[in-house]
Design a protein around this ligand. Structure first.
Ligand SMILES: *Cc1c(COP(=O)(O)O)cnc(C)c1O
Length: 387
């Protein structure tokens, strides 16, 4: 048996070894606390679950869905974008469901990249921004997220040659893993850059509903001209505690969505209609209070983590969005991975090394807030004891 050369291009999964070590520790009876993964620990909100239960019981949802999506789903997403972001979308041409943001982002690589092309990818960033281009037979060029620019890439630093080869540009705010929110004026710069170089912008909007301290995250599409050059991938996963449901939507540029549709009709058969109806229920104004309640929980956890890190001498910025705290590695460790190893060995707490999200993440570590308060308190106490 010989798997494809395409698969050889994918780097080995960085957490594989770590997972083995965690399993060994657990088998040895050690109480390991995992705060590496960003997967909400609380259940999906009741109105969404109830809508899904009704939808699953309805035989009308049991057949192949259309890849285009249900009319009511598309209209519901458009109504939400209008209410929430002040963005007008045509439900017939500018909205389509996806089987999670991951599927959508990956398939956009297949739909837009030829072997000589590149995707410009935020570094550090979600792994599909770099793995997707490789599997599409193309390549990625990393755009370091510069702390001095508020964890935005310096678009002026992209070479003329790279800009000319680029067909896609991946950005994400509020940002995983840095927790940064979009700096003032950055989306405008992206629109101008994409227009000049004829690049499709893909704004990965996984965290717009997960924000704190009164911050309200904008849609990229609210930027003048954005719809001419870009799409946004909206995910229900994090904001509505729906990671397992695989519900997302691509919105924005109709031509790009049409290309994605053409590709997808050859790959999968759409999003289960009951999931579309659950997603639609999540976007109703009645659910806003549930989202706010969840964000209050994350705010409390964020403060717990940030206060403890500061007490331990770590110079951390409290994020105003996402479910992550991104903090500099304390002095005395040769790499973020070495520090995370030390924390795992001595405190039995799993945190992620920044380098796992791209070279520019080196020197930082990421703590996820998706752990119940008592476990989070225990984990933080253990890290504090490490000094
Ligand atoms: C979690 C996450 C995703 C995945 O979203 P799904 O809809 O669950 O596939 C995509 N992008 C970022 C930045 C994420 O953090």
């Amino acid at each position: 048996m010989r798997p494809s050369k395409r698969l050889d291009r994918i780097p080995p999964y960085l957490f594989a070894q770590l997972e083995r070590r965690i399993a060994e520790k657990k088998a040895a009876g050690i109480d390991v606390i995992s705060r590496g993964i960003g997967d909400p620990d609380m259940p999906t909100f009741p109105p969404i679950v109830e809508a899904a239960q009704r939808a699953v019981a309805d035989p009308g949802t049991h057949q192949y869905p259309s890849n285009r999506g249900r009319q009511d789903f598309r209209e519901g997403v458009a109504a939400f974008y209008d209410r929430r972001f002040g963005v007008t979308l045509d439900p017939d041409t500018e909205v389509m469901p996806a089987i999670g943001a991951k599927e959508c982002i990956f398939n956009l690589n297949l739909a837009f990249l030829d072997p000589e092309d590149i995707a410009l990818a935020s570094d550090p960033g979600y792994p599909v921004y770099t793995g997707g281009p490789l599997l599409a037979g193309a390549d990625s060029v990393l755009m370091p997220l510069v702390p001095e620019l508020g964890f935005a890439p310096d678009l002026d630093a992209i070479s003329a040659a790279d800009a000319a080869r680029a067909k896609l540009l991946f950005i994400n705010y509020p940002n995983n893993p840095t927790g940064a929110i979009v700096p003032e004026g950055f989306f405008e710069k992206v629109v101008a850059f994409a227009r000049e170089h004829e690049i499709l912008v893909v704004h990965d909007n996984a965290y717009s509903e997960t924000t704190y301290d009164g911050y309200v995250a904008p849609s990229f599409l609210a930027t003048p001209g954005a719809k001419e050059v870009g799409v946004e991938v909206f995910s229900w996963s994090k904001g509505y505690n729906m990671t397992g449901w695989r519900c997302a939507a691509i919105v924005g540029n109709a031509e790009a969505i049409s290309a994605y549709w053409k590709l997808k009709s050859n790959i999968d058969s759409g999003l289960f209609e009951a999931i579309q109806l659950a997603g639609l229920a999540a976007l109703q104004p009645e659910v806003d209070a549930e989202v706010a309640r969840m964000n209050a929980i994350y705010t409390r956890r964020r403060d717990l983590v940030c206060d403890a890190l500061r007490a331990a001498g770590v110079d951390v910025t409290s994020p105003r969005g996402t479910i992550y705290v991104w903090a500099p590695v304390p002095p005395g460790y040769e790499s973020a991975a070495a520090y995370c190893e030390h924390v795992l060995e001595e405190a039995a707490v799993v945190i992620s090394p920044g380098g796992a999200y791209g070279a520019s993440g080196e020197g930082f570590f990421r703590i996820s807030l998706t752990t119940p308060d008592d476990r989070l308190t225990e984990a933080v106490a253990r890290i504090q004891r490490l000094g």
